[in-house]
Write a protein that binds this ligand. Sequence first.
Ligand SMILES: [Zn+2]
Length: 156
Amino acid sequence: MKERGARPYIKAMDMQEQCSERGIDRGADWLKAGGLRPTRQRLALAALLVGDGENRHVTAESLYALTLGTGERVSLATVYNTLRAFCDAGLMNEVVVDGSKSYFDTRVDDHPHFYWEDSHSLTDAPAEELSIASLPRVPEGMEVARVDVVIRLRKA
Ligand SMILES: [Zn+2]
């Protein structure tokens, strides 16, 4: 992305005012667990994702919107590519709700999701209440890699 004007990059120090030092530390540990080098941008995004110790579902757009409050300059494309890198490193799971939109989840164990059609948001559904009685027989030579359960919600 082309730099506009002479505005210097925000130093990592400025970020800490937005995200607590503890949040940055959590982000750094998280990147380390995925074997990723803690670049400034990765660290900023990691702190936004896991800095408070909670799991989070984001889209590239929603995470990008969060970066605007931090002073960290990062393009939407970079956010998207970084989310992909986090998935490749096993730090996040991608949940595709419809063909056009991907959600990224910091919780990586198997669990079902609620998709709220009115707000286009994704939340965890209680896994203990889900039981899958049987699955269709898979084609010869294939095995089930993963079963994604997305329960779409609308106002009753
Ligand atoms: Zn989830």
